[in-house]
Write a protein that binds this ligand. Structure first.
Ligand SMILES: Nc1ncnc2c1ncn2[C@@H]1O[C@H](COP(=O)(O)OP(=O)(O)OP(=O)(O)O)[C@@H](O)[C@H]1O
Ligand SMILES: [Mg+2]
Length: 255
């Protein structure tokens, strides 16, 4: 399978304002994400997960190494990538429809075909009937669905997701996990997913990348050999629990 995202020896340093010490967030990250794969990154809080995701999106410039998308070195954001933020980043003054179509107007305009695609996207994320609602009229889970639809609307090859389910309740979260795998299988996007929730990472992924404490380095990459489709029963299975334990031990282990 061809490599969709490759990071080679990527380092990111935040230069502090005024006379603060610079912070080395990522220290030589090597990552490979195959086309169409679902890969998760886990690691201690503050280790540099969001940083590497933003760097891959092109929002942050890197201080060492290189990032390749489709074998080409990236120089900034592109329509081949879309980022889903942790917090609901919907525009409060726009409806669901307005939020989802916002980026599109900027990128490629809206013809009939495009409109039909958006409607099917709204169906895909389960928001049919809520197109005219404002974000404040939606539950947390629905806001995340709208967020997801907004990212998918530009039809990127790659979705970069930064703890997209962190702020929803446990039950909604499980539902969204199942939905996300279905969306992934239907759309065949390449997914790079950051989460604190190890069971979530194992459940969703083909591969889980474990980061060390800051400055982040790849501690280990674990292939998740669990057949698909996976269900909620899969989540309780001893095989999955075994992987979870393994990842836990890695995160916990002294560096
Ligand atoms: N703009 C910034 N300026 C200075 N330091 C920063 C900046 N953004 C992040 N950092 C620091 O870089 C490190 C990595 O941050 P990052 O947000 O990537 O961590 P994370 O792994 O996503 O954490 P979490 O799991 O809590 O979301 C942290 O120590 C953080 O304090
Ligand atoms: Mg983060």
């Amino acid at each position: 399978m061809s490599k969709k995202i490759v990071t080679r020896n990527v380092s990111v340093i935040y230069r502090g304002k005024h006379d603060r010490e610079p912070v080395l967030a990522c220290n030589g990250i090597d990552l490979e994400v195959e086309e169409g794969a679902f890969v998760s990154i886990v690691g201690p809080s503050g280790c540099g997960k969001t940083t590497i995701l933003y760097a891959i999106d092109g929002l942050l410039s890197i201080n060492g190494g290189e990032i390749l998308v489709n074998d080409k070195r990236i120089t900034g954001p592109g329509i081949d990538r879309a980022l889903v933020f942790q917090s609901a980043s919907l525009l409060p003054w726009r409806t669901v429809w307005g939020n989802i179509t916002y980026g599109l107007k900027l990128h490629n305009g809206l013809d009939q075909e495009r409109l039909a695609k958006i409607q099917s996207l709204i169906d895909l994320v389960g928001l049919r009937g809520f197109e005219k609602r404002y974000p404040s009229e939606l539950s947390g889970g629905m806001q995340q669905r709208a967020n997801l639809a907004r990212a998918l609307a530009v039809d990127p090859d790659i979705l970069l997701l930064d703890e997209p389910f962190a702020s929803v309740d446990a039950q909604t979260r499980e539902k969204l996990q199942i939905e996300l795998t279905q969306i992934w299988q239907r759309t065949q996007k390449t997914m790079l997913f950051v989460t604190h929730d190890i069971a979530e990472a194992v459940f969703l992924s083909d591969k889980v990348v474990v980061f060390s404490a800051r400055p982040a380095q790849v501690r280990e990459t674990i292939n998740i050999d669990i057949p698909r489709p996976r269900s909620l029963e899969t989540k309780l299975s001893p095989v999955l629990q075994g992987y979870v334990k393994r990842v836990w031990n890695l995160i916990d282990a002294p560096s």
